[in-house]
Design a protein. Structure first.
Length: 412
């Protein structure tokens, strides 16, 4: 059994698989260990993303369940604003198929895959991470794998990052918890529009959603940001969203569940340090989701791609020091989150809003979409590409007091 590699990736989600593909494609001897018995299981998110996630890795159409052309936004009192944003601006993905396809690509590139195998702890040598202690979950054997570099993609558990002391601690992260059903017999106004619902009775400090997958099937869920010590039961809010909220209960009166999904998401703030000697961390382990909507797939796959590129450079230079790996930190901040602080401030502001404030906000959005510049601003905001300078391009947005509050806040 081979036990020495150039690069070891702990975790087979989109971030870890993306890093493994790039490393192996560029002739690095690469091992990936995954603790689950199947890639993409269990499902922890709704699978909504933008087109880059598909194009960058040339994924097949089998990963896509539906094309998204627009959005419908619904206020706490049921006021509806709907607009087309552009044909194929986004997609709903089949999450299991996404991970399985990335795993197939990784295998074809030469990645060695071990599963179900748990990453237990790092192997340290002269202060560097030099491999992994692992445990086979079938059979129970403990196996050491040595490497020149490790990439921690173990999700919210961040096993390796915690062990080497670069994780900021769970209590210093703002968490969101989501619950959803995949349902059939869902009645939709537009089968290519996602639907977002706001209000304290739907999802306090969060939102509800209906994401159409085609043929009357949709992901129906709620996501709640945990901003207090109060215990939150997302299933309670999901049941109310389906059965009691006037707008959704009509659409879902004949709907039946096919699957139930639940997961937690690290909203932020993004970690200051995501490298150490011999180590990079990616994906949920590094808090690399978009903070304002919680979209993760597109961002973590890009972060994984960058981590893979930096890993190749480090192996070729025989330099896996923290100083050399900081190029990964710099590229992530430059290419993925140039406006991260603003997005996080938008998230914080949205979490503070009460129902009456949401009523006013959604009517402001309705005014925005009447102009081309306003619609472009909405698209940029949803995608996470927005900067503070974009706010000065539209008189409607400048008239919105909430924006002035956000821009007036001191940056982190």
């Amino acid at each position: 059994m081979k036990k020495n590699f150039d690069v070891i990736i702990a975790g087979g989600g989109p971030a870890g698989l993306s890093a493994a593909i790039i490393a192996a494609r560029n002739k690095c001897d690469t091992l990936l260990v995954e603790s689950s018995k199947a890639f993409g299981y269990p499902i922890h998110d709704s699978g909504a993303t933008f087109s880059e996630a598909i194009k960058d890795f040339n994924l097949s159409k089998g990963v896509i369940t539906n094309r998204i052309d627009g959005v419908t936004i619904v206020s706490p009192k049921g006021y509806v604003v709907s607009t087309k944003l552009g044909e194929g601006i986004g997609y709903i993905l089949e999450r299991r198929e996404l991970n399985r396809e990335l795993a197939k690509i990784a295998a074809n590139e030469g990645v060695e895959i071990k599963m179900p195998v748990k990453a237990v702890s790092p192997i340290l040598s002269n202060g560097f991470v030099a491999g992994l202690q692992t445990k086979e979950l079938i059979g129970g054997d403990n196996i050491e794998y040595k490497s020149k570099l490790v990439i921690d993609a173990t999700g919210v558990n961040a096993v390796i990052a915690k062990a080497v002391g670069i994780h900021p601690g769970m209590s210093n992260i703002r968490w969101a918890i989501g619950a959803e059903y995949e349902m059939t017999n869902v009645e939709l106004d537009n089968p290519n529009f996602i639907e977002l619902y706001f209000g304290s009775q739907i999802a306090p400090s969060g939102y509800g959603w209906i994401f159409p997958k085609g043929d009357g099937v949709a992901n129906v869920g709620v996501g709640i940001t945990h901003i207090s010590n109060e215990r939150i039961n997302p299933f309670k809010y999901l049941s109310r969203f389906i059965k009691e909220y006037p707008v959704t209960s009509k659409k879902l009166k004949n709907a039946q569940p096919l699957e139930y999904h639940v997961g937690i998401l690290p909203i932020g703030p993004m970690f200051d340090q995501i490298v150490s000697d011999g180590l990079m961390i990616v994906g949920d382990a590094a808090c690399q989701v978009s903070p304002h909507l919680g979209e993760g797939i597109r961002f973590v796959m890009k972060a994984g791609e960058i981590a893979g590129e930096v890993a190749v450079d480090a192996i070729n230079k025989n330099n896996t020091s923290k100083n050399n790996l900081t190029q990964y930190e710099k590229q992530v901040k430059k290419e993925i989150y140039p406006n991260y602080r603003l997005l996080y401030k938008i998230h914080e502001y949205a979490c503070s809003k009460d129902d009456e404030s949401w009523e006013r906000t959604i009517k402001h959005i309705e005014n925005l979409i009447e102009s081309n510049s306003g619609k472009k601003l909405i698209i940029k905001a949803v995608r996470g590409d927005i900067s503070k300078w974009d706010f000065f391009t539209n008189t409607h947005i400048l008239a919105f007091k909430g924006i002035k509050k956000i821009l007036g806040q001191k940056w982190m």
